[in-house]
Write a new protein. Structure first.
Length: 73
């Protein structure tokens, strides 16, 4: 995915499509298992700042990258 519109649709909107305010309540803790590049965890955390989102992945390399992304946000 290189086109910005594709990034928005295929990553951001797809990530937020699982957000259901009837299920996900303010301040809730969410674990994104197998987060990869941080989807859907990071977009959910940006959308609802009250959420406590934990990103979980088997590869330390990915988690190190995500720590730097989160620091920039």
């Amino acid at each position: 995915i290189t086109d910005m519109k594709e990034v928005v649709v295929k990553h951001m909107i797809d990530s937020l499509s699982c957000y259901d305010s009837e299920i996900i309540k303010s301040g809730m803790t969410i674990i994104d298992v197998g987060t990869g590049a941080g989807f859907p965890g990071i977009p959910l955390a940006i959308y609802d700042r009250s959420l406590k989102v934990t990103l979980f992945d088997s590869l330390k390399k990915r988690l190190t990258f995500l720590e730097s992304v989160i620091d920039e946000l």
